[in-house]
Structure formats: C-alpha cells, structure tokens
Design a protein around this ligand. Structure first.
Ligand SMILES: [Zn+2]
Length: 162
C-alpha cells in the first residue's frame, strides 16, 4: 500500500473541526487510502453540542480492522475537541454495494479490483477480464488474491458481499 497514487484520506490538521469532515478522514487500516465514508460503513453521525455519536456497521463479521476503526474515530473526534461515542449496528448489514463510486475508483487506482462477481473482475493494471483466483484470502480476509491471465500481474480483489 506504500506510494498510493490517490487517497481520500488526507488528514487536515488545524482546520476548525467539522465532526462530519473529521469522520470522513478516518480510513480503513486495511485500505489506508479509503475513508470509512467511502467504504460505506458510516450509518449516521449525530451531533449534540460537543457529543458526536457515530454509528457504524461492520464489514465482514470478525474483521479485525473494526476495533481499530472504532478507536480511530474516537481519537480523531477527541483531537478535534469533541466527545465521541461510537455505536455499532449489525442491521441492516453492510454489503459491498455500500462502497461509494469514489471508493470504487480509489480501490481501482490503488491496484485493488473493486467488488464484482468473480467472473467479471477486471485486472486493475491492464483491464483484462477473467483473472485466476490464487487464494480466497489475500493480504486481508476481505480480499482475494488473483492473478491476471493476460499480463500476469497479481492483485487483490475486494470480495463482493451482498
Ligand atoms: Zn492484467
């Protein structure tokens, strides 16, 4: 993930805090270029005075990133001068359809094939169709490792979940 070419997650330090903007700058630790808003896991942000309650839905059950995301949200809000509460709701469940259009673009431009049926995954390097799955589990549990049948490039595919 080093040297990513595009990011939705540049931290803006020193600007007067907007809690919604702060939450939008928190990124998935497993996809450090992708904000949790573009990932689609933020269900609501409720602001009552200085208390900001953020409601999130986990991606894959048992995803180890969720605990880190919860504490990253709290830390970012506290750094911005707010009190933070992070709630988790399981229903309605998150699906990869909740990833925003910008999130899909960021995945592709960072070499991760966005969610799609395995039969129509495109190589993020040469856009050839029908790569071969090497492993159900790539660098993280939510990604599969694929190899392009055309250019031979190995790449992660963010597995479709719906
Ligand atoms: Zn390719």
């Amino acid at each position: 993930m080093d040297g990513s070419v595009a990011s939705g997650c540049e931290m803006v330090i020193g600007t007067r805090a907007d809690p919604v903007a702060i939450v939008a700058q928190v990124c998935d630790p497993e996809l450090p270029f992708l904000s949790i808003v573009d990932l689609g896991i933020v269900r609501s942000i409720d602001i009552e005075g200085h208390l900001v309650t953020v409601t999130i839905t986990p991606t894959y059950s048992g995803c180890p990133a969720m605990e880190a995301i919860r504490s990253d949200i709290s830390e970012a809000l506290v750094d911005g001068g707010f009190k933070a509460a992070v709630r988790t709701v399981l229903d309605p469940a998150w699906t990869t359809d909740d990833i925003t259009a910008q999130g899909r673009q960021l995945l592709a431009s960072n070499g991760v094939a966005p969610p799609a049926l395995p039969a129509i995954v495109l190589c993020p390097r040469c856009a050839a169709a029908s790569p071969r799955m090497v492993s159900e589990f790539g660098s993280t549990a939510c990604k599969a490792l694929m190899v392009c049948g055309s250019c031979g490039e190995p790449f992660d595919h963010f597995k479709q979940l719906r």
